[in-house]
Write a protein that binds this ligand. Structure first.
Ligand code: GLV
Ligand code: GLV
Length: 325
């Protein structure tokens, strides 16, 4: 039989056309607007040679154990792969993991800057004022935000996205960049004149903190009560990485107490947050529905790379972008 490529969701139009035109594999796809069910996912991996999945598909030990002997590759259409149990994959053996770095760097850094500006200029409040027909138009003394001129930017995780974010923010007049992470990245830091500091030091010094690191056992919940207490009361926190890097109960408390000025989040736990969640309702919290990489250009590029990875894996070839297991 032809190898089976199972795809857990609909792809953006151009990549979808390419997928449907493939002739060297049999494509099976979950195309409904509702996420694939657990049962369907377990069944799919049992019979497929390759799986293309997205970050809301939980590829845990149970799914990996349900993989049939034909499964050679799991290819996620995302740069983050915290939804995949890599330890279980390693134990299983014989299945490669593809992901989509680089192609989403610009779009995600753009979103990070967008959120930083929305927070700094209090855009959530401003939009509400307009929508409610309130306020008297121009005001010299109300609705005032802050600007980045002369400020310190803190990047948590100076990876590709962290670098692209810093490079975009520098022309706004940022005068100092600090970064934290598991190790100094001199090659990346030097062109930005970014300084490696401890996480605690970054929290203390930064006016704008951007979370650009992966979610893993080192970063889960690092933005907790203690971290918020260390931050400036005027600080803005932007998260375009993963929701679980922030302890949301502690964030809510920090916003209520005014320990930080504003949080702007593209990612939350869960996604989406219910509309009546206190963070959604909070005047000092701006939330987007995980649109970091959501441009036509980037989502097609991600999907194409994920298809490339899956096809290579099925054929037993080297993946264009693979996670080292
Ligand atoms: C999006 O969050 C991704 O990991 O690609
Ligand atoms: C994350 O993977 C990044 O590219 O920064």
């Amino acid at each position: 039989r032809l190898p089976v490529l199972f795809v857990t969701s609909k792809l953006p139009a151009l990549a979808q056309q390419r997928l449907e035109a493939l002739t060297d594999v049999e494509v099976r796809q979950h195309t409904s607007a509702h996420a694939i069910s657990r049962t369907q996912l377990l069944e799919a991996v049992g019979d497929a040679d390759g799986l293309v999945c997205i970050l809301s598909d939980k590829i845990d030990a149970e799914v990996i154990q349900a993989a049939g002997s034909r499964l050679r590759v799991i290819s996620t259409v995302s740069v983050g792969y915290d939804h995949v149990d890599v330890n279980a994959l390693r134990r299983h053996g014989g299945i490669s993991l593809g992901y989509t770095p680089d192609v989403l760097t610009d779009a995600t850094a753009d979103t990070t800057v967008l959120l930083a500006l929305m927070a700094a200029r209090r855009v959530k409040k401003a939009l509400q004022t307009v929508a409610n027909g309130e306020g008297g138009g121009f005001s010299l003394s109300t609705g005032l935000g802050s600007q980045f001129t002369g400020k310190t930017l803190g990047i948590v995780g100076l990876g590709r996205i962290g670098c692209a974010t810093a490079a975009r923010l520098l022309p706004f007049g940022i005068t100092r960049i600090v970064y934290s992470g598991s190790q100094p990245r001199d090659d990346r830091a030097q062109p930005l004149n970014a300084h490696y500091v401890s996480f605690e030091e970054l929290l203390k010094q930064s006016d704008l903190v951007c979370i650009c690191c992966p979610l893993n056992e080192r970063t889960a919940g690092i933005f907790n009560r203690q971290a918020f207490a260390a931050m400036k009361s005027t600080a803005i926190l932007v998260n375009t990485a993963r929701g679980a890097i922030i302890n949301q109960d502690d964030l809510l408390e920090a916003l209520d107490k005014g320990l930080i000025a504003h949080a702007a989040l593209d990612v939350t736990v869960p996604e989406p947050l219910p509309g009546d969640h206190p963070l959604v309702r909070h005047p000092n919290c701006t939330i987007l529905p995980h649109i970091g990489s959501a441009t036509e250009e980037t989502r097609n590029a991600m999907s194409n790379l994920a298809i490339d990875n899956a096809l290579a894996g099925i054929k037993g070839q080297e993946l264009s972008a693979k996670v080292d297991l």
